[in-house]
Design a binder for this molecule. Sequence first.
Ligand SMILES: Cc1cc2nc3c(=O)[nH]c(=O)nc-3n(C[C@H](O)[C@H](O)[C@H](O)COP(=O)(O)O)c2cc1C
Length: 331
Amino acid sequence: MTNLSTTYMGLALRNPIIAGSSGLTNTVKHLKLLEDAGVGAVVLKSLFEEQINLEISNIVTSNEQNNSYPEAEDYIRHYTKNNSIQTYLDFIKEAKAAVSIPVIASINCISASDWSNFALDIEAAGADAIELNIYKLPLDRNISADMYDKKYIDILRLVRQKIKIPIAVKIGTNFSNLVRIVDQLYANGANSVVMFNRFYNPDINLETLEFTSSEVLSSPTDLARVLRWTGIVKGKLPYIEIAASTGIHNGNAAIKQILAGAQVVQLCSTLYRNGPDVIGEIKTTIEQFMHKWNFKTLDDFRGRMSYANIESPAVYERAQFIKYFSNRDTL
Ligand SMILES: Cc1cc2nc3c(=O)[nH]c(=O)nc-3n(C[C@H](O)[C@H](O)[C@H](O)COP(=O)(O)O)c2cc1C
């Protein structure tokens, strides 16, 4: 008998498949559907600091236009922020009452500010863990890569000081030294790192010369880049748990990530494209693979093909197509 159960940040999961944060984890109805379809845990849609700030500035501006008392601004700021936060806290409570799988809350932080207090409220609302979705686009030539990294650590440290529940930090790929930043996140209290977020990317419409959004959903070919970093980070830092995210559209992709060292996998685009039934298919594929190789538990093969556990780690290091293209010099 194969056993898909696992732990993730100390939480017991019936399987390693997590519904990642998105519009599909934004209502209790969706969470129940995902639980019924078989996921091991859910990450709630993030509450965005930016969104709250935008809401506040819209209200403040319209207040100014209506010639209200300028001193009302502080009240509006305070009220709007608390209101958004309260709605999110209520959602956590409802989610916890509705499903029995672990519920991971998510906040998108751009500043350290008072997110740490908010994290305390999230803990009190009953979230089993929190995912800090942090993104700093390095645009300032006067700020060194180290200083950008420090912003992530500062946010994490403030939150870690306040709460006891596990913390995952969800990151993108814009780092000079990914292994180092992940190690620092671990040293400062992260229980897991989610690699990687997928960001909104701009595209240009050549008919109108306007900006549009490039493809929002990932494709299966996006897996390769994440697979490389799962293997390298797990090989270099065996103590950190990795939640692999991006490009996991089917069971084979999930198996590859676990072989490279992922503790769990997060799904998003495939849920949008294929609906919740894909969860059952992924579980079946993992079970068939385990049966074929006579693996009884996920630990029997997790990390077996990480950077540390293969004979030729060069497969992870090779970054150029030198060998591949040396035999293909004709059109
Ligand atoms: C429509 C959409 C909404 C998303 N919303 C969030 C969010 O609120 N918070 C977050 O951390 N990630 C969010 N993500 C990113 C996903 O959780 C995931 O990390 C990313 O899409 C890569 O995984 P995938 O290849 O399975 O889609 C969103 C992605 C999509 C496509």
